[in-house]
Structures are given as structure tokens and as C-alpha cells.
Design a protein around this ligand. Sequence first.
Ligand code: FES
Length: 118
Amino acid sequence: MAEYVVARADELKPGDRKLVAVGRIQVVLFRVGDAYHALPNICPHQFGPICEGKITGAIMANADTGWEPGWFHDGEVLVCPWHGLEFRITTGQCLAYPNVRLRQYPVIVDGDDVKIAL
Ligand code: FES
């Protein structure tokens, strides 16, 4: 696995993202709060440019919420611009399909550099 510098540590504010190309791979670096996450710029549904989608939260209702709908994961949900599948930036998990998850690339903050490992 090789590490690539993709941003300066002060470059992204919380809520920002940056599309980077490492060779022929497009990766998007997100900053959520103080943490960085790197995801591929390709949706597992029909290969849409997922990282161009809006960042929001999601209405969810499940056994954990007592089946009461509520707003969750504000600022952590990425919506694919093509057909609207939602993914958590922090985990890559698709909200609609438990068996679908985006790959996550390791992110390393090394002094003033933010690196991803591929
Ligand atoms: S290509 Fe992303 S939801 Fe269809």
C-alpha cells in the first residue's frame, strides 16, 4: 500500500470535500468534523459520480428509534446525484441496503499533510 499526499491539513474546513486523482483512481476526501474520510468517486449502483452529491442527514426510523422517525447523521450523509442512494461518509454504508458499502481508503494526517493510502 502506498501513501499519497492529497491535501494540506488546513485546506479543508468541516463539511468540505476535495476530489483528487491518484493515477486513474478518483478519490474524494471529506472532512466531517475534525475527521477525514476518503471514498471512491463511483456509486455502486450505476457508477454515478457519487461524490458530486449533496451532503445532508437522513430521516430514519428503525428498532433503535422505537420506529419513530427522526433526523440522524446530519452532515454525514452523501446523496448520489444520479438516483439518490444515500451513504454515510463516515462508514461508507448505504442507508437503504445493508449489504452495500462504499470502499473507504485509509487517511493519514502527517504534520501539515493529509495522505490517503491506496
Ligand atoms: S448511480 Fe448512484 S444511485 Fe444510481
